[in-house]
Structures are given as C-alpha cells and as structure tokens.
Write a protein that binds this ligand. Structure first.
Ligand code: IMP
Ligand code: MG
Length: 182
C-alpha cells in the first residue's frame, strides 16, 4: 500500500518491509558477534518493540533471556515529556549484560528513564539498541550502541509504531503525507 489513513491523518509509504528486515538482520548478526559468551538479557520496551523483537529474536543465536518493560510518554503524536511505568523490571539484572531494545528513540526521554532504572539493579553493563533513531530530535551527544535506521525528526507509523493506538500492524513504515520528501 502506498498510502494509509489513520484517524484524521494520511500517511505515505516511507520504509518498505524489505529494508526494515535487512536492518534487523544486520543488527542481530552484530549482537551475536558482540555478545558471545556474555550473560545476556534483552529488555524490550513495550508496546512499540513487539514486532521488532519478534523478528530480531529469530536471528539471535546466542544464549539469552528476553523480557519486557512497559512505559508510556506519548499522547497522540507528540511526547508529553513525562514517562509512566506500566510494567516495571521483574528480572534479576545484577552482573548481567542488559540490552535495552527500543522501536524508536526520539527525544531520548524514555530511554533515559529506563537506563536509570536498569542501572539501579547493578548490571555488569548496559547497551542500547534501537531500530529507528531520530538523531536530530535527540539530545546532542547521545548515540545508541546499535541503530537500525536513522530517520528525520518526523512522525512515523507501522512495524509496531502507532498513531494514537492504531497503525502498529503494518509490515512497512509510513510517514505523515505533508512531511517533506527525503
Ligand atoms: P522519546 O522518549 O521522545 O525518545 O520517545 C520514545 C517513544 O515515543 C518511543 O518508544 C515510541 O513509543 C514513541 N515515539 C517516538 N517517535 C515516534 C514516532 O515517530 N511514531 C510513533 N511513536 C513514536
Ligand atoms: Mg517505544
């Protein structure tokens, strides 16, 4: 589909599924290489990460645990600046390699919140992996350890990402139609 409608907005195709799958496979291979021999726990940030983790985890060949946290900071299509814990950390993270898996990092507020919560469990190390990264929207100097695809600071939906709770189900990623072409 070239165009989709969600609520009041029209979105156009932006990143096709095949491009996403290539980025996911590339990241999984890098993680398999970098994390070999470590005691690894992946912590996915719900809801948006579910499709990404489902695909990524099928390419992971290292022994690892996969768990989730659930937070919310968005209303409709802009961040509220506040982060709410809906499901907290229920795993023992001490002396382990924790890899936080995000669907997208925008301002970096959510990841900062999760990072400080994770650090309080005294892990051996923490790494951050995100499928999409809005570099221009994020705090200067902040760079996740693993980035799938860098995108401009514009609103996208699909592949797990929602606009006001709808649109997660699409295998491709769409961008607001009035947004500038890349
Ligand atoms: P941050 O705290 O500003 O980095 O935003 C992170 C969270 O906001 C992500 O985990 C997403 O759930 C949501 N988010 C940020 N940008 C988008 C977007 O373009 N589309 C849909 N959700 C987004
Ligand atoms: Mg998210």
């Amino acid at each position: 589909m070239k165009k989709i409608h969600i609520h009041d907005k029209e979105f156009r195709l932006f990143i096709p599924s095949a491009r996403i799958q290539r980025a996911v496979l590339k990241m999984a291979r890098q993680l398999n290489k970098d994390l070999k021999g470590k005691d690894v726990i992946f912590l996915g940030v719900l809801n948006g990460c579910y499709m990404f983790i489902a695909d990524l985890s099928r390419h992971l060949t290292i022994p690892c645990q996969i768990s989730f946290v659930k937070l919310a900071s968005y209303t409709a299509s802009s961040t509220t600046g506040e982060v709410y814990d809906l499901i907290g950390i229920n795993e023992d993270l001490s002396n382990r390699t924790v890899v936080i898996l995000e669907d997208i990092i925008d301002t970096g507020i959510t990841i900062e919140h999760i990072l400080s919560a994770v650090q309080s469990y005294h892990p051996a190390e923490v790494r951050i992996a995100t499928l999409f990264f809005k570099k221009e929207a994020c705090k200067p100097g902040f760079r996740p350890d693993y980035v799938g695809i860098e995108i401009p600071a514009q609103f996208i939906v699909g592949y797990g990402l929602d606009y006001n709770r709808f649109g997660r189900n699409f295998p491709d990623v769409y961008i607001e139609s009035e947004s500038k072409k890349r």
